[in-house]
Design a protein around this ligand. Structure first.
Ligand SMILES: [Zn+2]
Ligand SMILES: [Zn+2]
Length: 369
């Protein structure tokens, strides 16, 4: 097999092609395509490509979250049920992160490639943790938060801190309004509050409730109300909205709203990077792997080579190379990498050092590391 980046991850074998998470739709009707999960930056192929494969949960989430786009001719495959497309034997394994999110393992002869997609090793409340595949030659590692300057707090502590903020805000006779990811993050918080503070009345924006319906279809029990003009906001009410300013307008249109009667918080991994100072409360609770979790994952899988993709690919490749002693480089810099050549570790390690020397990365990061 050969790996290259072509507006997505492109695997080639004897002229046959397989594309994973393409960034654009209509990538050529003949190329079979895989979509890892329902977040909109990964789903371009679901709207227009025929011959596309994903999990049933992903299709359900896509259809409610992007209703104007038409999912056509999509084949669904369950986790741990290997299937074949031309020369490729493919298996979806759990990625954590979001309901239905899959990591992809592709085998071809004695060669194996693994793509994490967006993933979270730690079990969350509504989804299990990401699995560690065995006997992998090359792992393509999503490095969304792969920078050692971005630090996530422990998820257990972060959830507790959020709960304490909600309860103390209510005690001040104010209602917490929380901005968070409507696809995944909201369901995590609702389930957490249902379990730890069952007397809270959780009101959600309609964009969140349509996602909740899909989680409940797959047996994640969520108790909440839909926010509208009839909502009776009381001293035990928390409001959840998707992260966009326009959604606060929806709250103002729905209920009697006064800025000194509410406190506004935001939950996003991005707050580990940016201040979000205009909010009364921020939490970096994330459904993505942290920097440390990315390194741990690399060490557990022990592939012959890691290719980093998205976010901080150069920094992550550098960290993996020097702290895990596994050759790593940015996917976008590898031009038709052949898996059989990778299987012998020494050759690639040399190539990789050359790559860093060529780009003078060592000098740039002398202080950084
Ligand atoms: Zn995602
Ligand atoms: Zn993503």
């Amino acid at each position: 097999m050969e790996i290259s980046y072509s507006k997505g991850i492109l695997l080639t074998h004897n002229g046959k092609k397989l594309l994973i998470d393409p960034e654009i739709s209509k990538t050529g009707l003949a190329i079979p395509t895989i979509v890892t999960h329902a977040h909109s930056d990964h789903t371009a192929a679901l709207s227009n490509n025929s011959n596309t494969y994903t999990t049933p949960q992903t299709i359900d989430l896509f259809n409610v979250s992007q209703p104007k786009k038409n999912a056509r001719k999509i084949m669904t495959k369950n986790f741990y049920e290997p299937f074949e497309i031309e020369d490729f034997e493919i298996e979806f394994i759990k990625a954590g992160h979001l309901l239905g999110a899959a990591q992809i393992v592709v085998r071809c002869g004695n060669e194996s490639i693994h793509f994490t997609g967006d993933f979270c090793p730690e079990p969350l409340i509504t989804v299990e943790g990401a699995d560690i595949p065995k006997d992998i030659d090359i792992t393509i590692l999503d490095s969304t938060y792969g920078d050692n300057k971005i630090h996530f707090d422990d998820r257990l502590n972060e959830r507790q801190r959020l709960l304490v903020w909600i309860l103390s805000t209510l005690k001040e006779e104010k209602n917490p309004i929380i901005n968070l990811a409507h696809l995944g993050g909201a369901q995590e918080l609702i389930r957490f509050l249902n379990l730890l503070a069952p007397k809270l009345n959780i009101y959600v924006h309609p964009k969140i409730s349509i996602i909740n319906d899909i989680y409940m279809k797959y047996d994640v029990n969520l108790k909440y109300h839909i926010l509208d003009e009839n909502s009776k906001i009381d001293t035990a009410s928390v409001i959840l909205i998707p992260r966009a300013k326009s959604n606060l307008e929806y709250v103002k249109d729905s209920i009697e709203f006064s800025r000194d009667k509410v406190k506004i918080g935001i939950v996003t991994g991005q707050s580990a990077k940016y201040g979000f100072n205009s909010f009364d409360f921020t939490s970096n609770l994330s459904t993505h792997a942290s920097y440390e979790e990315l390194l741990e994952t690399a060490l557990k899988i022990q592939p012959s080579q890691i290719l980093t993709y998205y976010g901080y690919p150069e920094q992550m490749a550098y960290s993996i190379n020097y702290t895990c002693d596994i050759p790593a480089m940015e996917l976008k810099n590898c031009n038709s990498l052949q898996v059989n050549k990778i299987k012998s570790r020494e050759t690639v390690k040399t190539d990789h050092r050359e790559y860093f020397n060529n780009t003078k990365t060592d000098n740039i990061w002398k202080d950084w590391y």
